[in-house]
Design a protein around this ligand. Structure first.
Ligand SMILES: [Ca+2]
Length: 160
C-alpha cells in the first residue's frame, strides 16, 4: 500500500514537472506585472499574464495601444535589446503578427502589411496544428514561433 501510494506521488510529481516544462518557461517577469520600457524613442508596455492573444489584444486596446508590431528590423532589434536591458528576456510575448489562412502569408494585424523581415527560430513556423495563426516572440533565444491564437499558458505580451 505504501509502495503504491508513493509510486502515485512520484508519477504525479513527474507529470507535474513534465507539464510545467512543456507549458511554461522560466521567467524573470512576475505574473500580473506591467513594466514600461523605451526602445528607439518609442514607449512599450510589457505585461505578463496567462492569456490568449484576443485578451492581450483587448488589454492593449483598453490602454489606447495595440499589440507590438515590428514595422522594421530596427524596431525589432531595439525592442529585443531593451528587453534584455530591463531583465525581461526570459519570457515569451505575443505580437500583432497573424497568418492569413487562405494565402498562408504572415502580416501585421495592426497595419495589414505583409511581414518581410523574418526572425523565425529554427524549425519555425512549425504549423504544428492547423490553426497556428499567431506569433510568439521568444526573447532569450531571439526568435519567433507560431502558435494557436488561443494558447493561454503563461506568456506575456507587449503593447505599443
Ligand atoms: Ca511597431
Amino acid at each position: 500500500m505504501a509502495t503504491s501510494s508513493m509510486l502515485g506521488v512520484l508519477l504525479l510529481l513527474f507529470f507535474t514537472q513534465l507539464g510545467s516544462s512543456l507549458f511554461t518557461k522560466e521567467t524573470n517577469v512576475a505574473a500580473g506585472s506591467r513594466i514600461e520600457m523605451e526602445a528607439n524613442g518609442r514607449n512599450y508596455s510589457v505585461f505578463r499574464a496567462a492569456v490568449g492573444i484576443a485578451e492581450a489584444d483587448q488589454e492593449c486596446l483598453n490602454q489606447g495601444k495595440h499589440l507590438v508590431d515590428f514595422n522594421e528590423e530596427g524596431e525589432y532589434l531595439a525592442i529585443q535589446a531593451a528587453l534584455f536591458e530591463a531583465g525581461l528576456e526570459r519570457s515569451w510575448y505575443w505580437t500583432a503578427a497573424r497568418k492569413d489562412a487562405k494565402k498562408q502569408v504572415w502580416y501585421w494585424e495592426t497595419t495589414g502589411e505583409t511581414i518581410t523581415d523574418y526572425f523565425w527560430l529554427p524549425g519555425e513556423p512549425s504549423n504544428d496544428t492547423s490553426n497556428d495563426y499567431c506569433m510568439r516572440f521568444d526573447v532569450s533565444v531571439g526568435g519567433w514561433l507560431d502558435d494557436p491564437c488561443d494558447t493561454n499558458f503563461l506568456v506575456g505580451y507587449i503593447c505599443e
